[in-house]
Design a protein around this ligand. Structure first.
Ligand code: NAP
Length: 252
């Protein structure tokens, strides 16, 4: 996979899957914009680690529609075009229905949907406008196995990722006439900060055993699948949702 002269925007790219994806794109020739929410230092460090030149860190809370528009415009101003967008930013917070207060329940739903679903939808909108003008592009959305398997303690998360799958497939149809290809990856547990509390806790062994490989994914393995979907040769995969779960959950 070669991304020479391609420009990429990755939301939530300062750590975890986003950071590994930024590194993978840069090592194959792309110029990368790493979006961060608050931690400018982490984003600067991530940019400094990237191979090649011309990368940038760009602040935006993607749950804020106006911030998303400004981010997309700023990336295009800086790079001149936007070839690939990876909607990676996401939050995962517990709000079990049997123990949460009604207020806590609503707050979690609002925060989760605003980031994982509406935020990603707004990034798609703003990026697609630029991609339509320039004649094409690729969008890859980072979904989750939870969309299919259920998230009993984080139902808003599961719903947000199921929504992101449906969004990806609808946009694959709507944007195909513009040469814009849209796919999603659906990882099971991945070894990042988001999953650390679970993987290091007493459930860790059982989680690893969900896969017959007896481990969870590395961020670099998810990054590889994202790059595949973003590559020119994968255009006809548009609309697909690629499982990356080590056969821990099989669907047909
Ligand atoms: P992570 O290490 O917690 O990183 C999440 C990233 O998203 C952080 O960079 C965070 O920025 C950013 N972010 C969150 N809210 C944001 C907002 N409103 N605006 C901008 N950036 C925001 O998690 P990860 O494991 O790499 O997760 C990446 C994606 O993979 C997520 O969409 C997640 O749902 C999905 N996923 C993860 C797993 C897993 O087991 N780890 C499994 C399936 C799917 P800050 O540094 O500012 O917090």
């Amino acid at each position: 996979m070669d991304f020479t002269n391609k420009t990429v925007l990755i939301t939530g790219g300062a750590r975890g899957i986003g950071r590994a994806t930024a590194a993978a794109f840069a090592s194959r020739g792309a110029r990368v914009a790493i979006n961060f929410r608050n931690n400018h230092q982490a984003a600067r460090d991530a940019v400094e680690e990237l191979e090649g030149d011309g990368h940038l860190a760009i602040r935006a809370d993607i749950s804020q529609p106006e911030a998303v528009r400004q981010m997309a415009d700023a990336v295009v101003d800086e790079f001149g075009r936007l070839d690939i967008v990876v909607n990676n930013a996401g939050i995962f917070e517990p709000h079990p229905i049997d123990t949460s207060s009604y207020q806590a329940w609503q707050d979690s739903w609002n925060r989760t949907l605003a980031t994982n679903l509406s935020g990603a939808a707004n990034v798609c909108f703003c990026a697609a406008r630029h991609m339509m003008r320039q004649g094409g592009g690729h969008i890859v959305n980072v979904s989750s196995r939870g969309a299919f398997r259920g998230e009993p303690a984080q139902p808003a998360y599961g719903a947000s990722k199921a929504g992101l799958n449906a969004l990806s497939q609808s946009l694959a149809q709507a944007l195909a006439p513009y040469n814009i290809f849209v796919g999603a990856v659906a990882p099971g547990f991945v070894d990042t900060d988001m999953a650390k509390g679970y993987l290091d806790g007493e459930a860790g062994e059982a989680i690893r055993r969900q896969s017959p490989l007896n481990r969870v994914a590395k961020a670099e393995e998810v990054a590889f699948a994202i790059l595949f979907l973003a590559s020119e040769q994968a255009a006809f995969t548009t609309g697909c949702i690629l499982d990356i779960n080590g056969a821990s959950y099989l669907r047909t």
